[in-house]
Write a protein that binds this ligand. Structure first.
Ligand code: ADP
Ligand code: MG
Length: 255
């Protein structure tokens, strides 16, 4: 698959919740090594789109093409196993585990040698474990979390927990990374670390989709911005064009 080919092709996806049409025929292509922002007012369907792609909901209609397969309606564990990783608006870590342990859990999908070979300590399982521990160390460094590596995550400030969530998602070596409001509640310094993590993912060819309301955070980070209103795309293009687009101003940015 060439780099110019879309990694994922969302085709005319609708999502209905008893009569409410949360997505009204969304089509979107995401390419490797790009960052796409998804913005729009509350309730416009941004999280729903991530939930549909990641298998939390089965789309009412439409297709989600990934490696020539329609993954629309696949269970979420299978979507994650295929390399589509997401974070949630509310951090979902294991509070009693350390930062390092939480990030290491992200590597789950990569394990070829299961619990049995790990238990009997086969060489292959050990080599694999080493490789993942190194990967986690690299992520701890890049995210600026190294100093908190062995702290219990539940005791740490909210922003640190959110950063760790993104580091954990990256530990799975995703092809598509979907971040639902990752900068919410982050300090300026933490937001800088988050930007570093996203850029690193992009440089490694990951397709990144990021939902956020902070325009300063998105500017300079994203290749393309898509604006939703009431379950539909109302704008797609660069940030500058978005800021001067009258439909976007009316629906989202305000006067
Ligand atoms: P956003 O993330 O853009 O703020 P959401 O995707 O969370 O918006 O929500 C879009 C619309 O879908 C809202 O009207 C919301 O109430 C509705 N919705 C989302 N999830 C569900 C659900 N599980 N059941 C019923 N309605 C839902
Ligand atoms: Mg949302």
């Amino acid at each position: 698959q060439g780099k110019a080919e879309p990694l994922i092709r969302i085709q005319d996806v609708t999502m209905e919740f008893d009569g409410l049409r949360a997505l009204k025929g969304v089509s979107l292509e995401l390419r490797r090594g790009t960052v796409t922002a998804l913005v729009g007012p509350n309730g416009s369907g941004k999280s729903t789109l991530v939930n549909v792609i990641s298998g939390i909901y089965k789309p009412t209609s439409g297709h989600i093409w990934f490696n020539n397969q329609d993954i629309g309606g696949w269970p979420s564990f299978r979507v994650a196993q295929a390399g589509l990783t997401r974070t949630f608006q509310d951090p979902r870590n294991v509070p009693s585990f350390t930062v390092r342990e939480n990030i290491l859990m992200g590597a789950n999908r990569l394990y070829q040698h299961g619990a049995v070979s790990a238990a009997v300590n086969t060489g292959a399982a050990q080599a694999e474990e080493m490789q993942f521990l190194r990967r986690v160390n690299a992520l701890l460094e890049i995210s600026g979390l190294a100093m908190h590596a062995d702290d219990i995550i539940g005791d740490l400030p909210y922003g640190i927990q959110r950063l760790a969530e993104v580091a954990r998602a990256l530990a799975s070596d995703p092809e598509l990374l979907m971040l639902d409001e990752p900068a919410a509640g982050l300090s300026e310094q933490e937001a800088e670390q988050l930007i570093k993590l996203i850029r690193m993912a992009q440089d490694n060819g990951v397709a990144v989709m990021v939902i956020d309301h902070h325009m300063d955070f998105l500017a300079g980070l994203v290749n393309e911005v898509v604006v939703f209103e009431a379950g539909e795309e109302i704008y797609r293009g660069d940030m500058e064009g978005m800021r001067s687009n009258s439909a976007v101003i009316e629906a989202y940015l305000g006067a």
